[in-house]
Design a protein around this ligand. Sequence first.
Ligand code: NAD
Ligand code: TYD
Length: 350
Amino acid sequence: MRKTILITGGAGFIGSHLVRRLVKQYSQYHIVNLDVLNYAGNLQNLVEVESFDNYTFVKGDITDLPFIRSLFEKYNFDHVIHLAAESHVDRSIKDPLIFIKTNVLGTATLLQVAKESWDNDYDGKLFYHVSTDEVYGSLALDQGIFTESTPYDPKSPYSASKASSDHLVRAWAHTYGMPIVISNCSNNYGPFQFPEKLIPLFINNIIHRRNLPVYGQGLNVRDWLYVEDHASAIDLILHKGIQGETYNIGGHNEWSNIKLIELMCDMTDEKLERPVGSSRNLICFVEDRAGHDLRYAIDASKIEKDLGWKPSLQFEEGLSKTIDWYLMNTDWLDQVTSGEYLEYYDKMYT
Ligand code: NAD
Ligand code: TYD
């Protein structure tokens, strides 16, 4: 019998890459994509698979208990891959409560309904929780890297809400025997990322010759991974991961913000046939983010050694592909920044 897999947040950035990958590669699975279509959720990200007969989209909220119950009753899911979340740190600083509602209550709701639905018969079942390396806190510049046993020390409302959700998943495993797996990934970049996160925001601003607001001195360090490499890691963990385990995912690819921004400026200048270096004039240093984590860096040796995963792209190659995609898809950028698509889908799905 074919497996039915619930993917939450599949209309967002990472979720849409994962949905496209699983729908196309596994015709034996029925993929049900549940997404509330907030500002970051966009069905245009999924046009490529919308007519596949092993794919179904459902608009709905993971915090809506009766609705989630009815969904599990209807589809009888074998696996849940949970990505739905509020995902942007700046928004979590301005408006933390929606992060607690979605990321904490939403995760607990899914866990509880999965437990009720599976009713202690966990054979062939899996609750896969997609999380972030930000749960581990912040590293000093010379402080080593996050491993799976680094103690949790989240510092922003976003990372604290994700840490809470990780704890809930482990609590359901420990208390009720729920078969779970968790992965904690470093910063992703690539096509279809909402242009509020650093890389797409700055590419869009370079295209429009707008200022590039660098927080603080630009010395914070992030460890970047191409989004399709994250999707390939999730696919591998889904099929080969050991239940109850945690896997860190990352590309051993640390960049200070300022070095990365300079590289983005120069690459984009070259592609737009502007004098290389001219977009660096758009860089301006602005007030630092409150509580800005200094450095994230991930040790991905466990997934490499145990499951044989490794990233497929070198960073310069991935960044070049990403800039090309945004330059080719300025309509997408214009639509998601204008909010037009939200009005369109509100009409279609509400
Ligand atoms: P995103 O903001 O692009 O997408 C999140 C999706 O969740 C959106 O489509 C949104 O509509 C949906 N959603 C939000 N609230 C919902 C609700 N109440 N019910 C149903 N759907 C809801 O985020 P992303 O960058 O794709 O991140 C996906 C997941 O991966 C998140 O759990 C995030 O914490 C995790 N993660 C992200 C990164 C990164 O660099 N972006 C790195 C590691 C882990
Ligand atoms: P972001 O993409 O928001 O990811 P995260 O905060 O989850 O790591 O930001 C990446 C880095 O870029 C982070 O150190 C904050 C910095 N940043 C800026 O300097 N300016 C900006 O406008 C944004 C959005 C981020």
